[in-house]
Design a protein around this ligand. Structure first.
Ligand SMILES: C[S@@+](CC[C@H](N)C(=O)[O-])C[C@H]1O[C@@H](n2cnc3c(N)ncnc32)[C@H](O)[C@@H]1O
Length: 292
């Protein structure tokens, strides 16, 4: 095992990342070293001449090698920030995206508008990003159900739940395809249903870093890209309370189609919200009734 100071390890790692075509090798290296050593960026600079331990060198080398192979940085680090959370992520789940932070925010806003403890459902929870944000930000005034068809994804969500401490008591996980995961007695109980379902069409090209590493079943819906959204929009009214709200992440070209689906399913008010880049990103649809 090499005994090296961080100054030379960094220079070597930077050259390897740059040669592999990584866009911002300095920033990524800071994150990788922080993960290997627990040192913040400022501490890393102050400790450039400190010797790395064997364990640090092994972990650091492994992470740089995976990144050079093309693995997304989030999988290399094994964790990623989402709103207020630091989530475990690995190739069993989609990497939580910034646009989904906006979608989670819309669901949180809808749940806050309920004048008692809200009951919320997150369909296709993956890492648990949306469900855990609801529980973390609305605790203790919320009950969250989180489902996924993939047992692998639910295992990651369960691990993330463990990191939530006492607030994890707000969340129940259930396995199954969309609403089939839920016990029948939950029908008509939800104030908010939120989902970031697969919404990419089968023939749509995906960037290699996504197609080669992320679970395709989390992204591709079917030939049109709208299959999962169609099913969720059609079945949601039966699971929502009369004043309930559906919040769905959508593709930027799907706005008109999902508004038509929402109207056909009987939602009285529906509109599309943009993401931070101004692209159509979320359907917000209200049943428009009054809870008795
Ligand atoms: C786009 S990912 C979203 C993951 C997470 N909610 C997020 O926003 O980062 C879609 C998720 O839906 C799940 N999924 C796909 N088809 C499903 C189905 N028929 N029923 C339930 N979940 C499904 C996938 O396993 C995946 O975790």
């Amino acid at each position: 095992m090499r005994t090296l100071a961080w100054r030379s390890l960094r220079a070597e790692g930077r050259a390897r990342l740059a040669q592999a075509g990584v866009d911002d090798p300095d920033q990524e290296l800071r994150w990788i070293i922080e993960r290997a050593t627990g040192r913040t960026a400022a501490e890393q600079l102050a400790d450039l001449d400190a010797a790395a331990t064997e364990r640090e060198v092994r972990f650091y080398d492994e992470m740089v090698a995976r990144r050079v192979e093309g693995a997304p940085l989030q999988y290399v680090l094994g964790r990623w920030g989402f709103r207020t959370l630091d989530l475990l992520v690995d190739p069993r789940v989609l990497i939580p995206r910034p646009e989904t932070e906006v979608v989670a925010g819309l669901a949180i806003e809808a749940a806050r508008a309920v004048d008692r403890d809200a009951v919320v459902l997150d369909l296709g929870t993956g890492s648990g990003a949306i469900a855990l944000s609801l529980a973390a930000e609305l605790w203790p005034h919320v009950e969250v159900w989180a489902t996924d068809r993939s047992p692998d994804a639910l295992a990651v969500a369960r691990a993330n739940l463990a990191g939530l401490g006492s607030r994890s008591a707000a969340i129940r996980l259930a396995e199954g395809s969309w609403f089939d995961a839920l016990p029948d007695e939950q029908r008509g109980r939800f104030d908010v249903i939120v989902s970031n379902p697969p919404y990419v069409a089968a023939d749509e090209p995906l960037p290699a870093e996504v197609a080669d590493w992320e679970p395709v079943s989390a992204l591709i819906s079917g030939p049109s890209g709208l299959e999962a959204i169609e099913r969720i929009v059609a079945e949601a009214p039966a699971w929502l309370r009369p004043a309930g709200t559906l919040v769905l992440e959508i593709g930027e070209t799907q706005g008109a189609a999902v508004l038509a689906l929402a109207r056909a399913a009987g939602f009285l008010e529906a509109h599309v919200e943009p993401d931070l880049a101004g692209r159509d990103r979320a359907l917000v649809a209200r049943r428009g009734g009054h809870d008795g």
